[in-house]
Design a protein. Structure first.
Length: 132
C-alpha cells in the first residue's frame, strides 16, 4: 500500500514595510514578517545594525493564527533595544512574545546629537501572515 501525498502546514511569510526608508538588508533577505515603523527622537537616528525578523511561532502556524502587534521600542545610547510596551496586542500571546523575544536581540547604530550618543523611541507594527 502506498501512502498519498502529505499535506504540510502553510509556510509563514515575513515582510518588512517602512514608510521612511527601504528595509534593512537583513530583514529584506529573510523576506517573511511585516513591520511598519514610526520614529521619535533625534533627527540623526541611524538605521538598525541588526534586526532579524521574529520567527513565526509554530503553535500559531499549526493553528493558522495571523495577527499584528504594535510595540514601542526603547533604543538605548549603546544601540541596544527593548520593548517598552505593547501598544496593540495581536490577541495571541505567542505572536506578542515572538516580537518581544526578537527585539531584545536587535542592535541599532547609536543616534547622536552634537556628536553625543542619544537614546530614542520607535514604534513598530509586526504583521504575521501565513502564505496561502
Amino acid at each position: 500500500m502506498t501512502a498519498g501525498p502529505r499535506s504540510c502546514p502553510p509556510v509563514p511569510r515575513i515582510t518588512l514595510r517602512t514608510p521612511k526608508a527601504p528595509p534593512d538588508p537583513a530583514v529584506r533577505a529573510a523576506a517573511t514578517t511585516a513591520a511598519t515603523d514610526w520614529e521619535t527622537g533625534p533627527a540623526t537616528a541611524t538605521p538598525p545594525a541588526s534586526t532579524p525578523p521574529p520567527a513565526y511561532p509554530s503553535d500559531a502556524r499549526r493553528r493558522n493564527i495571523e495577527g499584528s502587534v504594535l510595540v514601542e521600542l526603547a533604543i538605548a545610547r549603546d544601540g541596544s533595544c527593548e520593548v517598552r510596551r505593547v501598544v496593540e496586542s495581536s490577541g495571541f500571546v505567542s505572536l506578542d512574545e515572538a516580537v518581544e523575544k526578537t527585539v531584545v536581540q536587535w542592535k541599532y547604530r547609536p543616534a547622536d546629537v552634537d556628536g553625543r550618543p542619544e537614546s530614542f523611541t520607535k514604534r513598530l507594527r509586526f504583521t504575521f501572515r501565513l502564505s496561502r
